[in-house]
Write a protein that binds this ligand. Sequence first.
Ligand SMILES: C[C@H](O)[C@H](O)[C@H]1CNC2=NC(N)=NC(=O)C2=N1
Length: 101
Amino acid sequence: MPSEPLSQKEIEDRLRELPGWAFEDDRIFRTYRLGGHFAASALVAHIASVQEELNHHSDLTLGYNTVRLSVNSHDAGGVVTENDFALAERVEALAPAHGAS
Ligand SMILES: C[C@H](O)[C@H](O)[C@H]1CNC2=NC(N)=NC(=O)C2=N1
């Protein structure tokens, strides 16, 4: 479901509710730190399942014990929309169970 680009103020307002998330180069992003590599890879798999459910996909980067998620909306021309924040909120909700910080 394409959605409208969010304004700078709307993005800033939403980011205040999402500690750890930031906005740069028309993307929102966050890096999660995990207890080790396998835990980080399990978080990637869980995020991927949610992304398939939402049909909204970020760029996920798996490090030794980190997962970086960076996303914007291709269907809105590569800018941040409500769909990006919907994904961010779902990931914020599932991350603690993985021991992510
Ligand atoms: C055809 C498919 O529904 C679209 O390409 C979906 C897939 N995942 C997506 N992910 C993101 N980040 N933006 C999109 O516009 C998007 N569109």
